[in-house]
Ligand binder design. Sequence first.
Ligand code: ZN
Length: 458
Amino acid sequence: MLSKYHKRCKDLGNLAFKSGDSRLWKAITNNWPLIHNNTGWAIGNENTVKFWTDNWLSNDNDWKIDELRNYLPHDIVAQISGLLPPRLNEGNDKAKWEGNKEGICTTAHAYALIKNEHVDEHKSLWRSIWKANIQQRLRMHIWRIAHGNLPTKKKLNSQGLGSDICPICNRYSETTLHAMRDCIKSREVWSKCLRNELHGTFFNCSQMNWVRWNLNNRRASMGGIPWVVIFAIACSSFWHWRNLVLYEEDFALPNDPTSIILSLADQYWTAASHCTNDPIQHIAPFNVKWDPPPVDWIKLNTDGTAYGNPGNAGCGGILRDHKGEWIGGFTSHIGSCSALDAELWGILKGLAFTKKKGLNSIMVECDSKEAITLIDKAKSSGFSFNQFINRIIMLASDIGRVTFLHNFREAYTCADWLAKFSLSSNVGLVELADPPSDLMRFIARDKLGISSCRVGPV
Ligand SMILES: [Zn+2]
């Protein structure tokens, strides 16, 4: 079908139909932007992807980071060095689905996506309001703001009841947004509570988006009080004071509304923090420790760390025998990548390091359950869209006997230490012949089989 109709279209991003085309083709064309926008590339031999016209790879298939530094800003170089460089022997580039980590588009995923795109806006907004950690009456108030259900002067005026002029500034029409955000006293409070760089978005969006922004904003929290609490209490106070101005003759607006609102928010939050509903009965402490591999096996512990997701990232790994003795280790400052990619970089570099040392029978242990699950899935299906996983599996089969295990972070002091240590050096790999002195005590601890306590679901 693509060959029949696609001739007319310049590229895959731009499918079109004519009046005589089949209904199926029209339906595909209509839904294509959704599919296309969620499709990325799994880089194989880089033959199909147009971006890769320049040869940025060194002879050993690694990024020429020093050369890139001459042309590109530091943060872009960090992002590139966090990516896996393409390789000629990895087959053609494949289009992959961006909607999930496996890169596979199933009917269920596509349906969920389409459903989300057209999800009833009111329902999703109500869900965010319902989830907010505030009192029920505040939730109802926010709901009314979002839907313009407050009996503002403007609303009453439209039903023939009085003037629409705001009773506080006596200047503008009292709409919901005017009363809650734009009128002089409200604006004063918001301006004091929000950092300048947030004012642009805050004061310029529509009513529904304004509510949504305030429900989901995590950057504006103050003194440990979530922003949604301050937002809800401020809106409720503004409305309360407006009513008092209208109906109580000798009421005067507070001189310093900001401090009143912040103190109410603080009182509420202190009280709320003391009555959590954590299901404590399902949480229990248990012991976690590093276990040596069986005789004739080597254990490779790897760890990746990323400050941000994506963010500055590094990884490290340590090889030990059945007595817990050090065989070798490495640290690698990756650049910028996601937390999962940092873990996968750790496994990949650890296996490459192992292969270089001529070792086989390796137990790879990693604290990322997600990474281990992706590897297991790819091993059983024989394929992954994630090039890290494909390379990990290829390297493992080159090495010989390799098993992959998950263990908890508390059993990971050595690899964790090496991953964090990598960030103190330049981007690149450092192979360690001897353990750094600060690492010795962690190795000794593991050798003795000392356990750490982990608290988690049982
Ligand atoms: Zn006003």
